[in-house]
Design a protein around this ligand. Structure first.
Ligand code: 13P
Ligand code: SF4
Length: 327
């Protein structure tokens, strides 16, 4: 306990010396969320990174998030405390080379029914559908964003697609988010077959079982979950959307269909309400890599710096800016 307090104190001192701001995603460890200046979903953190006044951003999240911060604020030093904190879904699509999904899921075989073979790339899909706009989920690498027309997050996917002047839209890389968007728009969605291994593991039966155990509770699910889950959820939204929904709802009990890190804020902000995880194993190991020790180390040594080369940053920024303009 003493150790934690000492770490927090050292982080706070160094933060001041470096004129640094700590941003933390809603899935971070409780103690990391506690020391953050801002905690939020991907959209909120992108907006904060683009407007905040500081010299250094310590991004407690995964690499694509720190990349987005660096794309939006190239004049700032962006630090990702744990260099290995990645998003396996982001690695499921590349601009041109073979996909490196096997790094995270050795031996993974794509199930039947998906549109594209495993060696398909963003350039291939664009060639196959010339002139069709590409909407890229922020959970992608900077070079994929750079080849896209516009980005989206789980909070604004439908709005982004609706904003485009085209009846057909390509949505990459999350097949579940794409399917959810397709359910909520009249446009034809051409999807990819990527997925988040934390959300995709949940099945309809898990929801039915949780509802049986907690019959009074409302089910809130993240759009990275399968459509069979989303169809029977009471509400579908991003992580910060879940916080808003729980706050505003008259219900007293909720089943939460996203990474369990969100429970920290849900419980803290709603002490009179009860929250159950939809599945206890909804844990993103990459989000949990960051610890107080790694935050301190990154501020001490000013590592691991995330910097995107200008030839990628400029077109990637265009896609992110276009998204951020949509309210
Ligand atoms: P949001 O916080 O934008 O809902 O994203 C969830 C996620 O999986 C980020 O990696
Ligand atoms: Fe990627 Fe899923 Fe982890 Fe989010 S929760 S960082 S989408 S693996």
């Amino acid at each position: 306990m003493k150790d934690i307090e000492r770490l927090k104190e050292e982080i706070s001192k160094l933060k001041e010396q470096r004129n640094a701001i700590i941003l933390a995603h809603n899935y971070q460890r409780d103690e990391v969320q506690e020391i953050a200046d801002f905690t939020g979903d991907s959209l909120e953190l992108s907006r904060t990174a683009s407007t905040i006044d500081c010299d250094v951003i310590v991004f407690c999240g995964v690499n694509f998030m720190a990349e987005s911060a660096s794309i939006l604020s190239p004049e700032k030093t962006v630090l990702l405390p744990e260099s290995g904190a990645c998003c396996p879904m982001a690695d499921m699509i590349t601009v041109s080379g073979a996909r490196n999904i096997q790094t995270h899921f050795p031996g993974y075989k794509f199930t039947d029914g998906y549109t594209y073979p495993a060696n398909f790339t963003l350039r291939d899909i664009k060639e196959k559908h010339p002139g069709i706009p590409v909407v890229t989920y922020v959970n992608t690498t900077a070079d994929v964003k750079a080849e896209s027309d516009i980005c989206c997050t789980s909070a604004n996917g439908v709005k982004v697609v609706e904003s485009l002047d085209s009846d057909k839209v390509i949505c990459v890389p999350d097949r579940n988010l794409a399917m959810w968007i397709a359910r909520n728009t009249k446009k034809k969605i051409i999807s990819w077959d990527g997925f988040c291994h934390v959300h995709d593991r949940v099945r309809r039966d898990d929801v039915l079982k949780a509802k049986e155990e907690h019959p009074e509770a409302l089910v809130i699910a993240h759009p990275e979950c399968r459509i069979e889950v989303l169809e029977i959820a009471d509400h579908v939204t991003s992580t910060s959307g879940m916080l808003r929904f729980a706050r505003a709802s008259d219900a007293k009990e909720f089943i939460i269909g996203t990474e369990i890190g969100l429970l920290y804020r849900l419980r803290k902000e709603n002490p009179d309400k009860v929250f159950h995880p939809l599945r206890r194993d909804m844990v993103c190991p990459n989000m949990k890599r960051t610890t107080l020790k790694s935050v301190l180390r990154s501020l001490e040594t000013m590592t691991n710096v995330i910097k995107v080369p200008e030839e990628i940053r400029i077109p990637a920024k265009k896609a992110l800016d276009r998204m951020l303009e949509i309210r």
